[in-house]
Design a protein around this ligand. Structure first.
Ligand SMILES: [Cu+2]
Length: 155
């Protein structure tokens, strides 16, 4: 009973509604693209999202573009001894019936040469290119903090 009331309260909260957004491209479902607000001097930022593949064939994210950055690369975090480093990858597989998660300390889209600071509450367009499904433009929400657990991986 309490749980139900909490859920209704969450649905009625405009801030939460505005935060949860998703995009479809064929069998691919892209959940809640977001980016953390960075200090004005930061030349880079990162974008995160989850891709679900409801289809029977694997696909692969192979490129990302956005007008707000001079360059966008797909990165992964790797352990190098005690340190976490990130490096560019050529693509990320989206398994059939599975998902690929882009999240802090994991895969992410790195944005270089930002045209201007992106502030919390703003959003910007970003085009994801998949090997088979092609292109989809999503809107990336800029926010101060990572989405609450559950928000980015609800089904
Ligand atoms: Cu990176």
């Amino acid at each position: 009973m309490l749980k139900k009331i909490l859920m209704v309260a969450a649905l009625m909260n405009p801030a939460i509604l505005a935060n949860a957004h998703e995009f479809d491209l064929g069998d691919l479902h892209i959940e809640h693209p977001w980016s953390r607000e960075m200090p004005p001097v930061a030349p880079t930022a990162a974008a995160y999202f989850v891709v679900d593949n409801k289809g029977k064939e694997a696909d692969r994210l192979i490129a990302v573009h956005t007008p707000v950055a001079g360059k966008a690369e797909i990165h992964e975090h790797v352990h190098a001894g005690d340190v976490m480093k990130m490096q560019q990858v050529q693509g990320v597989d989206i398994p059939a019936g599975g998902q690929a998660r882009f999240e802090p300390m994991g895969y992410h889209v790195m944005l270089f040469n930002l045209e201007q600071q992106m502030k919390a509450g703003e959003h910007f367009p970003m085009t994801l290119t998949f090997e088979k499904a092609g292109d989809v433009e999503v809107q990336v929400n800029v926010q101060k903090d990572a989405p609450a657990a559950g928000e980015a991986h609800k089904h």
